[in-house]
Each structure stands twice: as C-alpha cells, then as structure tokens.
Design a protein around this ligand. Structure first.
Ligand SMILES: Nc1ncnc2c1ncn2[C@@H]1O[C@H](COP(=O)(O)OP(=O)(O)O)[C@@H](O)[C@H]1O
Ligand SMILES: [Mg+2]
Length: 263
C-alpha cells in the first residue's frame, strides 16, 4: 500500500482540490483508493460524500487505533457506486482539531500510522488530505506516509511555504518519526499561463526545486469549482474545461503512482 500526504503550510492553495481530482482519476483508471480527511474543516469528506461524515471518523481512529474502529470508520463513497474500483473515505470533522497540537509527542504522532497498519482492506493508494498547517495533525499524516505531496500556488510566498513543508519532510525522516518518508514533489496549482507573474513564479520554483516541481502544473479553471460544488467526480463533469482538467489529473495520478517504492 502506498500512502501520500497532501500538505501545505497554508490553506486555500488546493490540497483538497488536488486530492479530489486524483480520486476522480483513480476511479477512472481502476486504482483502488482511500482518502483520509485529516483537515478539521472536513472539505474532502463533504466533496466525496455530498454531506458531512458521521461518527466514527478519523478522530475516533486516532483516539483508538484498533482494527474494529478503523474498519467501521472507513466507508464507500457514492462516487464509486457504479465503478469497478473502490474509492473509500475515512471521514474527518472538527473533532480532529481536538487532537491537533503544535508539538505532539512521538507516541501521538504514530497513531495514524498504527491505525492504517490495522485496517483490513488493501488499497493501491491512500491520500491524506491535511489541514492548512504543519502542526501535529500534518505531522501525524507524514509519520504514516511514504511520500509528501506539497501543493503550492505560483505566488510570492510559495517558495518559503514549499521550503518549510519539504524541510519538515526531511526532519521527520531524520528524527526517525517518519522512517519511510520522502518528498514526492510540489504540485503547482491555480496556474494562469497568461499571467506574467505566474510564469515568473513557476520559473522561480523550478529554479529552486528542480525536478521536485511536478508535471503537469494544474491550471486555474472554473470547471474544477463547479464539479466540486456538485460533489461529482471531475470525470463526470460535462463543462467545457472538463477534458483538460481530467487529462491533467490523469497525468498527475501517473506521476504519483510512479513514485511508489519498488518491491
Ligand atoms: N485549479 C483550480 N482552479 C480553480 N479553482 C481552484 C483550483 N484549485 C482550487 N480551487 C478553488 O480554490 C479554493 C481553495 O481550494 P482547496 O482545494 O479547498 O484548498 P485547500 O484544501 O488547500 O484549503 C476552492 O474554492 C477551490 O474550488
Ligand atoms: Mg482543504
């Protein structure tokens, strides 16, 4: 099983959008996937279920990492109702903020990792949609992950924010808190190709982070918001920008899966 944390220092950059776009691509490509919603705001839960989650959710799993709790908390999404592969969600809610702390103990950080080790079903890919900070919950996600996927907008603060997230990835590995963790890379989101500022910022990110800046870059498109508003997978969205969006997320999923550790 391959687990990836989708994280960033700040909110509104597109972590949930990237998670949901990749989930839609996974369904389309027959990849069995689990989304873990670790953001207390519960956006990916709402996006995938069309309604807020119910107890038990990820907060219960963290409080009590037992097989029974994990298996009960994970549920199928309506997105996968008529699909050949599984798309499940481990829902999140404001309750997970109660277990967030800026400096968690090593024992707490291992809780999600322990819980995932105890679930019954094997997925091809697990994506953890993280809260907009690098605090305890995100560290808990990283401790359970093989790779970190940093989402960034092509803006003035992007370099520092991406740098902090990548630094945390390295530190957690070096401290032994996330023994399997390596950076997968940076997804640049909400890119406007005609904006000179965006071109400049993208070039700057590529200069500094090289191959860690992943391809494809995801452009800003209203279709993405419309699909989210309807709680439907991008691949079912019929607006004009649908084909470009699905092509981008299909390619991004391939980039993510290519980073799976061998063996
Ligand atoms: N590529 C994009 N094109 C258009 N709108 C986007 C794009 N990515 C994100 N958004 C919008 O930006 C807002 C914040 O995105 P979201 O995924 O919720 O960020 P985060 O999870 O990092 O807080 C949402 O309203 C989302 O629909
Ligand atoms: Mg979000």
């Amino acid at each position: 099983m391959f687990t990836v944390s989708v994280c960033s220092l700040k909110g509104g950059v597109g972590k949930t959008s990237v998670t949901l776009g990749l989930a839609s691509a996974a369904l389309h490509q027959g990849v069995n996937m689990l989304v873990i919603d670790l953001d207390p705001q519960g956006d990916s839960t709402l996006g995938l279920l069309g309604e807020p989650g119910a107890s038990p959710d990820v907060a219960d799993v963290i409080a009590s990492p037992r097989t029974e709790t994990v298996d009960r908390a994970i549920r199928p999404t309506p997105w996968s109702a008529s699909a050949s592969s599984h798309l499940d969600v481990l829902p999140g809610s404001h309750r997970s903020s109660m277990v967030d702390s800026p400096a968690p103990a090593a024992k707490e950080l291992r809780r999600l990792r322990e819980a995932l080790g105890r679930r019954t079903y094997e997925y091809d890919l697990v994506l953890i949609d993280c809260p907009p900070s690098l605090n305890g919950l995100t560290q808990m996600a990283l401790a359970a992950s093989h790779r970190s996927l940093v989402v960034s907008e092509p803006g003035f603060f992007a370099v520092t924010a991406a740098d902090r997230a990548l630094k945390l990835t390295r530190e957690m590995r070096e401290d032994g808190l996330a023994p399997d963790l390596e950076p997968l890379g940076i997804v640049v989101n909400r890119y406007r190709p005609r904006s000179v500022e965006h071109q400049y910022r993208l070039a700057e990110l590529r200069d500094l982070f090289g191959d860690l800046v992943l391809s494809p870059v995801i452009e800003e498109r209203v279709g993405l918001q419309q699909a989210q508003g309807g709680a439907v997978p991008l691949h079912e969205y019929e607006g004009a920008s649908g084909p470009r969006l699905t092509a981008d997320f299909d390619a991004l999923l391939q980039t993510v899966l290519a980073a799976r550790p061998q063996g």
